[in-house]
Every structure is written in C-alpha cells, then in structure tokens.
Design a protein around this ligand. Structure first.
Ligand SMILES: Nc1ncnc2c1ncn2[C@@H]1O[C@H](COP(=O)(O)OP(=O)(O)O)[C@@H](O)[C@H]1O
Ligand SMILES: [Mg+2]
Length: 242
C-alpha cells in the first residue's frame, strides 16, 4: 500500500520516521481547539491510522476556490494552525523535512488546496502532515500564498499547466488581503508584501531543487516538469518584484 486508503471511516497511510512526532503534534493542537485536523488513532513501523475528514479535497481548483472569502479563510486557518503549535516541545521530535528557517512555529510545509478539505465553501479539514517541521511563519505563508493567491503568472512561461486566473495587479491585492487576514489586526504579525514575495521565490527555488533531485532518483518525468515549473515561477516572482 503506497497511497492512503480509507477503511471503515479511518485512513491508513504509510508511516515515516516522523509519524510518532506528528501524532504527538496532532494531539497537541487538538487540545488547543484545532478540531479540523485528523485525530491520530494508532501507528506501527509500517502504517499510521488517522480519522477520515468528510468533505472534498481540492485536487483541481473550481472557480469558487478563487473567491476572496476562501483566500481569507485560508490565511485565518494557517494563523490558527501556527498559533496552536506554539509551545509544542516533544523531546523525541523527528521530522522528515528541514525548513532551514528560524523556529517560530511548526510549519505544515504543504498548506495547499490539495491538502485542505471543504464542505460547500468552508474549509473543514487540513491533512497530510508528513512535511511538518519547525520554521518561520513567513516560510509557511509563502507556500500557502503561492497556491491560494496564487503567486504565479497568468500565462505559461514554458509549458506549465498551472496558471493564475488573475492579473498582476489583482495578485498584489490578493497578497495584501492574505497578509491582512493573517495579521488579525496585530502590527507585529502584519508582514510586508515584498518580503513575502522574496521568501516565496526562495521557497520555490529550494522546492525546485528538491523536486529535481527526487525526479532524477525516481526517473519521474512528471516530477521533473514540476521542478521546472517551480524554478520558472521562482524566477518570475523576482522579475514581478521589480
Ligand atoms: N484524513 C483524511 N481525511 C480525508 N481524506 C484524506 C485523509 N487523508 C488522506 N485523504 C485523501 O487521500 C489523499 C492523499 O492523502 P495525503 O495524506 O494528502 O497523502 P499524499 O498527498 O502524500 O498522497 C488526499 O488528497 C485525500 O483525498
Ligand atoms: Mg497530500
């Protein structure tokens, strides 16, 4: 079994080095009121079992997913997640990923529509915690904004399949809304749009390198195309910043 499987209302997934840590983390954030992440049920060396979250995971973006309401909800959920991870101090912690950034919170590191569950237009779940690791708030915000704003061009640079439906002006406005919502009126949490863009470019640059390496190891051409797309988008952001 390689992909997660649903069995009697629970999800079975392959265990990793970080599974024990992630189960502790899920328990921890749930005690802080985050009831929209799966409940950890059990794990062994091969599999983990977590609760299934009813709803729709966005593997493709329907038009409603670009509404401002969804963007604001995403920023609010990300802020809730980050704040709930404050104080997580599991002495045996082992992670699958290293963000290389300052440890402010536990980053999800793959906060994207394809890991969020919706009922109607409400985000009711967050899944897929394999890449969780300590890092800075901005590092995690950068990837969520890349996917949900989205911070990408509205024309293909090479032959990327992912294209923004927004103009550059609209993209900038959406970034400001995302940052406003995350800040919740706190000045010290209101990050600057240009700084977010710089970090997004760096984040995509490192994702491109990581993806390229894995594509070569697994001889996966689809993955290699993704690596190229991340690199093109990282470069486009730097150009867009000028
Ligand atoms: N706890 C869960 N609740 C609902 N759906 C889930 C859950 N876990 C996994 N899924 C479904 O399985 C898919 C793949 O699971 P995920 O945990 O994202 O692993 P990966 O992306 O690494 O394959 C998800 O996109 C989702 O459709
Ligand atoms: Mg996933």
């Amino acid at each position: 079994m390689n992909s997660p499987r649903k069995v009697e209302g629970k999800v079975w997934r392959k265990s990793t080095e970080a599974t024990e840590t992630i189960h502790q983390l899920l328990k921890f954030v749930r005690t802080k009121g985050i009831d929209w992440v799966p409940e950890p049920v059990s794990y062994n060396a091969d599999y983990e079992v977590i609760s299934y979250i009813e709803g729709k995971v966005l593997h493709d973006m329907p038009m409603w997913a670009w509404e401002t309401k969804i963007l604001r909800q995403t920023a609010a959920r990300l802020r809730d997640w980050h704040d709930a991870t404050l104080g997580f101090n599991f002495s045996q912690a082992r992670w699958n990923f290293d963000t290389g950034t300052e440890h402010q919170v536990i980053c999800h590191n793959d906060f994207a529509p394809y890991n969020c569950v919706y009922i109607e237009k409400t985000m009711v779940g967050l899944i897929d915690f394999d890449l969780c690791a300590p890092g800075s708030r901005l590092w995690d915000m950068a990837y969520a904004a890349y996917r949900f704003v989205p911070i990408m061009p509205n024309i293909a640079i090479a032959n990327e399949t992912e294209i923004s439906p927004f103009t550059n002006k609209e993209t900038n406005e959406r970034i400001e809304r995302f940052l406003d919502e995350y800040a919740r009126g706190q000045e010290e949490m209101r990050y600057d749009r240009k700084i977010l863009l710089e970090i997004t470019s760096k984040r995509l640059q490192s994702l491109a390198e990581w993806t390229k390496k894995h594509a070569q190891i697994s001889k996966n051409t689809a993955l290699e195309m993704h690596a190229t797309m991340y690199k093109n988008h990282a470069d486009w952001i730097l150009h867009f910043l000028k």
